[in-house]
Design a protein around this ligand. Structure first.
Ligand code: C2E
Ligand code: CA
Ligand code: CA
Ligand code: CA
Length: 278
């Protein structure tokens, strides 16, 4: 039988259920989306396990595509990465996040740190540090209010990632490892790298209450993380039971639907002023 080699076109058709056009067409659509400002940034609260207060938020992008409704990031970020358009989109994310920080400041709530996802292509763009520096300076934002979320696969590449992480750290940013425990890692980067937070992947949390292995993995991650002076954030915290078990295991921070979905910057103000842990 003839072996079928999947073209990039076919690959993206499979990957992008909500975007049925071909690769080049979709790339053109994304370019237009940037011009037309069709992206929206939502914010998901992160809750401090001890004070039970909102500690910060994670910024999560959406594409409000004309005539097609809301497209989730997993349906267009891969293509944005492949095409390089993630660089201008990522710049917009930074600018918008910084606008949100000042918006909340003006609304009189105490400064809320924002976590921003950086994909590998953005991480290795020339001028990343300069781009961040100029956005923060122009908006007069304390760099400590920005956390960068990267995955283990980025962190694993010690020789190229380390100098960039050191620069971001020197700038005053906080560094977080996203989806911790799902990549293949030697863990040695944990001692070499200036990492502040570990985010426990939601796949472990999801099955934690029914699968003892997942619970043991979480317990071990928390022990290891605390031993290395990292702050532990659990993702995908959906139930009261998750909160209780993670609390018992010493997790520092919670993020998930139990507290809130990702919401608009206006809604964050309501959340902030009305939130009650119980
Ligand atoms: P992520 O960084 O791992 O983000 C967590 C995802 O889990 C988000 O999906 C969030 O809405 C979802 N989530 C939050 N709480 C719960 C929960 O309790 N249960 C479940 N089942 N899910 C929950 P979302 O917003 O669709 O984002 C998907 C991915 O897209 C993100 O995964 C991130 O890798 C990427 N992404 C999102 N925004 C950006 C961005 O601005 N830049 C880049 N480069 N990537 C982004
Ligand atoms: Ca993330
Ligand atoms: Ca994650
Ligand atoms: Ca993820």
């Amino acid at each position: 039988a003839k072996r079928e080699k999947k073209s990039t076109f076919q690959f993206y058709r499979d990957q992008l259920p909500a975007v049925t056009e071909g690769y080049l067409e979709t790339e053109a659509l994304l370019r237009k989306a940037i011009k037309k400002n069709e992206f929206v940034l939502l914010y998901q609260p992160q809750i401090d396990a001890v004070t039970k207060e909102i500690f910060g938020v994670e910024a999560l992008i959406r594409w409000h595509r004309e005539g097609h409704g809301i497209i989730p990031p997993n349906d267009f970020i891969p293509l944005a990465e492949e095409s390089g358009l993630i660089v201008p989109i990522g710049k917009w994310v930074f600018e918008e996040a910084v606008r949100a920080i000042n918006f909340w400041k003006d609304a009189g709530i105490s400064p809320l740190p924002v976590s921003i996802n950086l994909s590998i292509r953005q991480f290795y763009q020339a001028e990343l540090v300069q781009m961040i520096t100029s956005i923060l300076t122009e908006a007069n934002i304390d760099p400590a209010l920005i956390t960068i979320e990267i995955t283990e696969s980025i962190a694993m590449d010690a020789t190229s990632a380390l100098p960039i992480l050191k620069e971001l750290k020197a700038l005053g940013l906080t560094i977080s490892i996203d989806d911790f425990g799902t990549g293949y890692s030697s863990l040695s980067y944990l001692k070499k790298f200036p990492i502040d937070y570990l985010k426990i992947d939601q796949s472990f949390v999801r099955d934690m209450t029914t699968n003892k292995d997942d619970r043991d993995i979480i317990e071990s991650i928390i022990l290891l993380g605390h031993r290395l002076n990292k702050v532990l954030i659990a993702e995908g915290v959906e139930t009261r039971e998750h909160v209780d078990v993670l609390g018992q295991l010493g997790c520092d921070m919670f993020q998930g639907y139990h507290f809130s979905k990702p919401i608009s910057k206006n809604a964050i103000i309501d959340y902030y002023t009305t939130f009650n842990f119980d």
